[in-house]
Design a protein around this ligand. Structure first.
Ligand SMILES: NC(=O)c1ccc[n+]([C@@H]2O[C@H](COP(=O)([O-])OP(=O)(O)OC[C@H]3O[C@@H](n4cnc5c(N)ncnc54)[C@H](OP(=O)(O)O)[C@@H]3O)[C@@H](O)[C@H]2O)c1
Length: 376
């Protein structure tokens, strides 16, 4: 039977690649609804034969696009994607989640709701998809721990001193993946990898303390599992988001791949420890991974910091300073138990930090006038 598909964020990197994959399986899938934030021109071109929605999303709009669909692709970046994930699992549909933020901060709650409603959650993120595929092949009960690989991003090998004056344009130039701005900056700071660690932990019930991150410059091993019997199993493919998108759409079938696949013939596969002094999120992860507030506070603070960096208001290292200051304030407050409490904590953190930013902007202007520091 043809599966009906809704795509939230259809005009972005994942959205357009999803449409490309869907077009290669016309007998299996039909696109019934699309959404975008502001790219009216592309959305109109994409939505020749289905309903579409331009602008910010609310519950009513999301539900109206989900209603005719069997599968929902969530390719909206940031916290805004949580409402799409939530409404999809509440409706008992199949969620194909590219939005890692919702799975990182609320994945366990989304999985619990999915269990009740009969919904399924399938990851599109390449690392989470790699773990999913390895678990499918080798069995969850055999997995003792997991390793996520990280290309190192555009600033691999640099030290803090070198990162003082890098711009958003430098940070957006990812060596291996063409992605939207938010996830590109997260890849440059390595916060992306921390979010993925929580995404994988929540989706596959692997304790966060059993997930480690390694630098793998060749970007062909997308993740690994380590079995109780002492083996390490790796998932190796070329860097191409169409592969995990196609896997999630066709699961559990595995049709032969319609694209030309460049077989990996790397003579060397290297795995190195990330530089936690320069890329501070690795240090925060090591220190705070067991604290349930950490992923929520990190994500909330990071959303603000990335948008300020992209608009040129702060420098690259200020992203780290901004988050570090916020973490100090929030990490030792009351941990949230419910999804509502997670959402409320996110808003409280953002609200308080935005207030802080406004006053610090003022202080910065004052400091600049007297030749002082421009740090937050
Ligand atoms: N790109 C990748 O290779 C990749 C890989 C793994 C995971 N992911 C994850 O997938 C998600 C999407 O990433 P992306 O790279 O595809 O992002 P992107 O290229 O920036 O595209 C974002 C899409 O969402 C829409 N959108 C943005 N903000 C929105 C909002 N507040 N409300 C409703 N729609 C909104 C955009 O519409 P407009 O075009 O109209 O602005 C666009 O269609 C992220 O969570 C990311 O971490 C991406």
């Amino acid at each position: 039977m043809i599966k009906k598909i809704a795509i939230f964020g259809s005009t972005g990197s994942i959205g357009t690649q999803s449409l490309e994959v869907l077009r290669t399986f016309p007998d299996k899938f039909e696109v019934v609804a699309l959404s975008a934030l502001q790219n009216a021109e592309l959305l109109e071109k994409q939505a020749t034969n289905c309903r579409s929605q331009l602008g910010p999303l609310d519950k009513k709009t999301i539900n109206s696009l989900i209603a005719p669909a069997d599968y929902v692709i969530n390719a909206v970046p940031g916290f805004e994607g949580l409402l799409v994930s939530l409404q999809t699992v509440k409706a008992g549909k199949v969620l194909l989640a590219a939005n890692k933020e919702s799975l990182a901060i609320a994945g366990r709650h989304l999985c619990m709701i999915a269990k009740k409603t009969g919904a399924q959650i399938r990851p599109l993120d390449s690392e989470a998809s790699a773990i999913w595929q390895l678990i499918f092949d080798h069995g969850r009960e055999n997995v003792a721990s997991a390793t996520l690989t990280c290309s190192g991003g555009p600033f691999f090998g640099k030290k803090s001193e070198d990162l003082k004056f890098v711009t958003a344009k430098d940070a957006l130039a990812h060596p291996t993946w063409q992605m939207g701005p938010k996830v590109s900056i997260d890849s440059a700071t390595l916060i992306n990898k921390i979010l993925e660690a929580y995404e994988v932990s929540n989706l596959f019930d692997i304790p966060i303390t059993k997930i480690q991150i390694v630098i793998h410059r060749q970007s062909v091993v997308h993740s690994m599992i380590h079995t109780y019997s002492g083996a390490t199993k790796m998932h190796i493919t070329q860097c191409d988001m169409r592969l995990p998108i196609s896997y999630a759409l066709n699961y559990p079938e595995q049709p032969s791949c319609p694209w030309q696949i460049k077989r990996t013939r790397k003579s060397e596969l290297s795995f190195d420890t990330p530089d936690a002094e320069t890329f501070r999120p690795i240090k925060w992860f090591a220190m705070h991974k067991g604290n349930p507030i950490f992923p929520i506070a990190l994500n909330a603070l990071n959303d603000i910091a990335v948008s300020r960096f992209l608009s040129g208001k702060i420098g690259f290292l200020d992203i780290y300073d901004f988050i570090e200051n916020g973490l100090q304030k929030w990490l030792y407050t009351q941990p949230p138990n419910t999804l509502e409490e997670i959402i409320s904590l996110h808003h409280r953190i953002q609200h308080s930090r935005l207030e802080g930013v406004r006053s610090s902007d003022y202080q910065n202007r004052e400091a600049n006038a007297t030749g002082g520091s421009n740090l937050l």
